[in-house]
Design a binder for this molecule. Structure first.
Ligand code: NG6
Ligand code: CA
Length: 511
């Protein structure tokens, strides 16, 4: 009963008809299921609800139509590992060493004992699960995991009751699924060895054996060959456990749906992190050639399919009105991310970042302003919100919603913005600090102004053809009139620059 009282303000906006339903419906609504659908490298402009014309994403569009479409939603960083670190811990990744793009044999970057987003749900009595790309390290120390035994610490030490994950990324070894911290389908007679230092004797590599490749690297990605694709890192053995790239989305989606089905009688939190549209892009034959844009476009269609499957399953199980679905992405888009997959040649007029400048790896908006949707039919008013939001806030936001008391030091950068996420008149963030992959390139924005600290490093990455946003002087953009960050107005607005610089210093100092 106590819990329901806690939710009185929440019920205040729920139509009376809904309130009049049975006690069990009330109980359910006080603890809606939550599915966090995390795309990989899908940019702001990659979805038709955000203006994409060439590629159509009808399932995502439907989700957006029945929910809130956020136009100013950010990942905390413009690459995967720091974004995911911030999402799960509620702490900006740049506060911690070793939170840049993780190797496939990295030790657990979030150390056991750290309070996570999954712990919020677990403390509220939820069943918690993670399916898909992990990329936050596994095991105690880099390079010391036993891939043939119990790989711990892992998701189960970080609040997840169930896990079915890819250790790192599709382009990094080991190319196997790990379920509840054990490699799936492993034949003990063919153990797995992994190294990020040197190859295993006699094993082919993309560099030395290009004739064995069905997809060739454009930069990097020339080490161990798995399924005719050379990867980052070396591995040997584990033949029966190797994933088939064409099947990854089907397998992961199947595991996500099974988790939903198995958890349907209790409240659940599912963190479903798709491999689409990260490289190597090898969509299932069902999608091949369907977008007209090559594997990258086809992988977007495949992502949309996964979203549709989740929605259909919720409907079939009559959970659709009792489930919050959040859809977003871990960083902005990249076209050529290291394989010759024709993504650039077949791009046509499609703009993966929409009108934003930069993309993945960048300090510009294209790096972190990503698609954002929250749907909760019957409970959240559909609409469009331009409020400044960040994934780092989900920890505090759900803690507020579920009345979970956070331990001291939990989620130091996470702010409760429940009313904004639920489209109930919240104002969103006043300030948000963003980062590139490294921890030294920071920017800050306040909903109108974006200030990028002077930083070393190239302005442009020729391999991925992305403007990184590095400049040896202050950059200030007025996003209210210049969403494409074309005109640096730092010189004209010294007071705003100094205010934002001071605020950034304050956040850095943890004040
Ligand atoms: C880069 C990889 C890129 C991708 C990225 C991580 C090379 C040349 N490039 O180092 O292909 O894997 O790391 O992407 O190796 S992320 O979305 O997981 O952050
Ligand atoms: Ca990514």
């Amino acid at each position: 009963m106590k819990r329901i009282t806690n939710f009185l303000p929440f019920f205040a906006t729920i139509p009376l008809g809904f309130m009049a339903q049975s006690t069990s419906a009330q109980k359910l609504i006080s603890k809606p299921n939550v599915i966090y659908l995390y795309a990989d490298d899908i940019g702001y402009g990659d979805l038709s609800c955000n203006g994409a014309k060439t590629v159509k994403t009808p399932n995502v569009d439907l989700l957006a139509k029945q929910g809130v479409l956020f136009t100013n939603m950010h990942s905390a960083a413009s690459t995967c590992t720091p974004s995911r670190y911030a999402l799960l811990t509620g702490e900006y990744a740049w506060r911690r060493e070793g939170t840049g793009i993780a190797a496939g044999d990295a030790g657990s970057i979030i150390r056991p004992g750290k309070f996570t987003l999954a712990d919020v749900f677990k403390n509220a009595g939820y069943q918690t699960g993670v399916v898909g790309k992990w990329h936050l390290g596994l095991g105690d120390k880099t390079g010391t995991q036993d891939w043939n035994g119990h790989i711990s610490p892992g998701p189960s030490e970080l609040g997840f009751d169930y896990s079915f994950i890819m250790a790192a990324t599709g382009d990094r070894v080991p190319c196997v699924y790990v379920e509840n911290e054990h490699v799936v389908n492993l034949d003990p007679k063919d153990p797995i060895s992994v190294s990020y230092k040197k190859n295993f004797e006699g094993e082919p590599t993309g560099k030395l054996n290009p004739e064995m490749l069905k997809m060739h690297p454009s930069h990097g990605h020339d080490q161990s060959i798995v399924n005719g694709i050379s990867r980052i890192g070396y591995m040997k053995g584990g033949k029966s456990a190797l994933w088939k790239d064409e099947e990854i989305s089907t397998v992961l989606t199947g595991k996500a749906l099974a988790f939903i089905e198995n958890s349907k009688d209790k409240p659940f939190f599912l963190y479903f992190a798709t491999q689409d549209v990260h490289v190597p892009r090898v969509p299932n034959p069902r999608f091949v050639g369907k977008s007209g844009m090559g594997p990258r476009g086809d992988a977007i269609l495949e992502f949309d399919w996964s979203v549709g499957e989740v929605m259909k399953t919720l409907e079939r199980l009559h959970l659709d009105k009792n489930t919050i679905v959040i859809l977003t992405s871990d960083n902005g888009p990249v076209v050529d991310d290291g394989y010759k997959d024709q993504a650039a040649e077949l791009l046509g007029k499609h703009k993966p970042a929409g009108d934003l400048r930069g993309g993945k790896y960048s300090s510009f908006e294209g790096g972190t302003r990503v698609p954002g949707i929250l749907s909760w039919p019957g409970n959240v008013k559909p609409g469009v919100s331009d409020k400044l939001l960040c994934q780092v806030d989900l920890l505090a936001t759900f803690a507020e919603m579920l009345k979970v008391k956070l331990p001291a030091n939990a989620g130091p950068d996470s702010q409760d913005h429940l009313n904004t996420w639920l489209n109930k008149g919240g104002k969103g963030r006043k300030y948000l600090v963003l980062q590139q992959n490294g921890k030294d390139h920071l920017s800050i924005e306040n909903g109108r102004w974006k200030f990028i600290l002077p930083g070393e490093g190239p302005a442009f990455d020729k391999n991925v053809e992305i403007e990184l946003g590095n400049l040896n002087k202050d950059q200030l953009y007025d996003l209210s009139v210049d969403i494409g960050e074309k005109v640096n107005v730092a010189k004209k607005n010294p007071q705003i620059v100094e205010k934002l610089r001071a605020k950034l210093e304050q956040v850095k100092a943890g004040k």
